[in-house]
Design a protein around this ligand. Structure first.
Ligand code: ADP
Ligand code: MG
Length: 368
């Protein structure tokens, strides 16, 4: 089931009535969530992710705009009539009920022709429990489960009603690092198996990048960019998106374009055909640096961190906004006693940004 948001806006009145203006938690959100895909809704805390999700679920009503599930408009429809499954950060299981009873719970409200017998409910619960791999835990209470298992029960409970849309709000935030990795793969597997259109909210860019078919990056209620994770990473629309995606983050320098050449300080970095003279921000991904004695960029070497597969070269440059981090392969020869380190830079890993708008400026060569 596709989900369409049309000019969707949610305003909240100011917390302090005397001063301050409305908070626009979601600002004119337009998007068609494609059927059967997993879409990651990504952005820093407070950017409006949960509000957007609550509008889709019906827990909150928009100030303006419309929501469609398929061709049906659901903008004012009550949440229980939308056919959505919801999973939150805190699993919100009933502590006195067993896993089986927790999963069955939503089925007990079915009325009329949808009413299920006890046997049918048990059968449905077992089927879903098998899917999320908790079928051996059916008689336990939530307190007898690990966090990861509890979250699986919550997912099973959301799926047992066969929802048209599955909505997950930071479902992994309460899990430790290893379980978080494992459970996110599980969610991906379950989503692919069921084919339910799924919206997955997270502030963790790596989490969103790793499991989403598409990511939607938000900032202050406004959608910044929508695309496949790799596309958004490679071609960020603006500096905010560029900085939000990737670990270690993109390195940002003050630079300028003069006579269609890009400089950082005095150092000539590369040709910039088609770009007018201007001061710019230069973004270089950590994997864009190559150790090179004859390289264009000279940095003061701070230290070298060995991280197994890769080496992280930590350095300083007077035009850099922060410490420079370069990721090079572990078989590189780094002279750790040297005072300076020189890099050449892969042109495809360099982007430039307008200093006023922070929008990315296309460079002739890169864009064909
Ligand atoms: P996120 O989930 O991305 O962290 P939220 O959607 O929870 O962000 O919040 C977006 C913005 O809306 C924030 O500035 C938040 O303070 C504000 N907000 C959220 N819910 C309410 C509410 N019920 N009343 C007033 N402001 C709210
Ligand atoms: Mg939230």
């Amino acid at each position: 089931m596709k989900v369409v948001l049309e000019n969707l806006t949610k305003k909240f009145p100011p917390r302090n009535k005397k001063s301050g203006s409305d908070v626009i938690a979601v600002n004119n959100f337009n998007f068609e969530f494609p059927d059967g895909k997993l879409i990651g809704l990504l952005g820093p805390s407070g950017c409006g992710k949960s509000t957007a999700l609550n509008l889709i679920s019906g827990l909150q009503k928009p100030t303006s705009g419309k929501i469609y599930f398929g061709d049906d408009e659901v903008t004012t429809l009550e949440p229980e009539k939308r056919g959505v499954g919801l999973v939150f950060q805190n699993y919100a299981l009933y502590p006195h009920l067993t896993v089986r009873q927790n999963i069955i719970f939503p089925l007990q409200n079915f009325k009329g022709k949808d009413k299920l017998t006890k046997a049918e409910m048990n059968e449905r619960a077992l089927e879903i429990a098998k899917l999320v791999q908790i079928d051996m835990l059916m008689d336990r209470k939530p307190s007898e489960l690990s966090g990861g298992q509890q979250q699986r029960v919550a997912i099973a409970r959301a799926l047992v009603k066969m929802p048209r849309v599955l909505l997950l709000d930071e479902p992994l935030s309460n899990l430790d690092a290893r379980l978080r990795l494992q459970t996110r793969e599980e969610i991906k597997r379950i989503q692919q198996k069921t084919g339910i259109t799924t919206v997955f909210v997270t502030h963790d860019q790596e989490e969103a990048m790793s499991i989403s078919d598409l990511i939607v990056v938000m900032r202050d209620g406004v959608v910044q960019q929508i695309g496949k994770p790799q596309e958004v990473y490679d071609d960020p629309k603006n500096l905010f998106v560029a900085k939000f995606l990737g670990t270690p983050p993109i390195n940002v320098f003050d630079g300028c374009v003069k006579g269609q050449k890009l400089y950082i300080g005095e150092e000539f970095i590369m040709e910039a055909p088609g770009v007018g003279d201007a001061d710019v921000y230069v973004g270089i991904r950590p994997e864009g640096f190559v150790l090179d004695e004859g390289g264009v960029l000279s940095c003061a070497l701070d230290r070298v961190e060995v991280m197994g597969r890769d080496i992280s070269v930590v350095a300083s440059h007077k035009n850099a906004h922060a410490t420079v981090r370069a990721i090079v392969s572990s078989d590189s020869n780094v002279n750790i006693t040297a005072a300076t380190v020189k890099f050449s830079v892969k042109p495809s890993k360099i982007d430039i940004y307008d200093k006023e708008t922070e929008e990315r400026i296309a460079i002739g060569v890169k864009n064909g």
